[in-house]
Design a protein around this ligand. Sequence first.
Ligand code: DOR
Ligand code: ZN
Length: 432
Amino acid sequence: MTGERIVFEGGRVVDPANRTDEVRDVVVADGVIAGPEAMEGAERIDARGLVIAPGLVDLHTHLREPGFEHKETVETGTRAAATGGFTAVASMANTDPVTDHAAIGHVVRDLAAAAGLADVFPVGAITKGRAGESLAEMGEMVDAGVRVFSDDGDTVSNARLLRNALMYAKAFPVEIVLADHAEDASLVEGGHMHEGSNSYAMGVAGRPAAAEEIAVARDLAVARATGGRLHLCHLSSARAVELVRAAKAEGLRVTAEVTPHHLTFTDDDVATYDTNLKMNPPLRTAEDREALREAVADGTIDVIATDHAPHAIEEKESEFDLSLPGTIGLETALGVVLTELVHPGRVSLMRALETMTVAPARILGAADHGGPIEVGRPANLVGFDPDEGWVVETPFVSRARNSAFLGRRLTGRVRFTMLRGTLTVADAKATR
Ligand code: DOR
Ligand code: ZN
């Protein structure tokens, strides 16, 4: 398949890696971007009206395999990823067994390679079993290519352990990033949504914004004390954004991410008790959402990541308090970002794509991904129609259907995705 030659004709090529935005042909031969000499005999694909960008990179995906294949598998999750325009995803470590040693990562990567739909970069757990008590086999995992570590789902509650992990990570010759799910455990225990007037009216126990503020402040203090490289997962509150902005101004080595759902919804939307809007951290207020949008625009937040969190139907279709937290997001992320940020003029297309391509690729150490779209580079690409309207509906490509965006109309749809010269998605459908 990689021997194929394809020319995408007349697309608008937006490449955040070299900040170019121009209408031109893109030639692909033997799995890489080629020069015009390779156009001879190539298949021609009309890309007029499409934006062509580096394949999207998701820094925060739960693929659930091994252990929770009833929710998602590497194959179904990467098919959903490809459908959403992604060529690479980081798979979170809250599997069973936990990805706290190299063997699990090897299994996940092999499954991804066999499926051939997207490259998967397993995230290693920071602590053994994600139990928060002792460090995982970080060295072994770094040797196996792991660059990002996270106990996501839970914060690393023990500050001393986080400090040790940040110091240990500094000792490697490659950049190792520790990504924290920043919610103070004691404050969120038993809580199911943002704590505020809506949670009081609904009679649902809350997870206060202060939980995030405290965890972020502590994480930044430990990063400052160690000089370690910290990444903050899925920020949800205005005060956390403010702390990160100040930390960056100070020169701390910190990056931060936000999800499409936190950029879209508020806790007012949760008042319907729709369990698809239950996730951790929770959806917060309109002021928080505004701060998150501004932080994407001004660079305080580096990455938009999905936190794709598939669950089985019966795990979501229960009482609000009993249902599991999380929304799927791979198939809708780009459409949501275009609809909520780019089309209303809140964030430029270049900036939005930067947060979904080159920025996460750098953090992940995914050198083949995120662009630039230049001769000789691996042909990892997405083509999307920025103006095509569609409604988010079942069935999903993901095994799960717990989407916060169900029923919403989005403007912007992926038409093709290419992984190393092979179309994983053509005419908006997965090819394999
Ligand atoms: O809502 C969430 N779901 N937040 C997390 O941090 C974990 C995730 C999951 O694994 O389901
Ligand atoms: Zn998380």
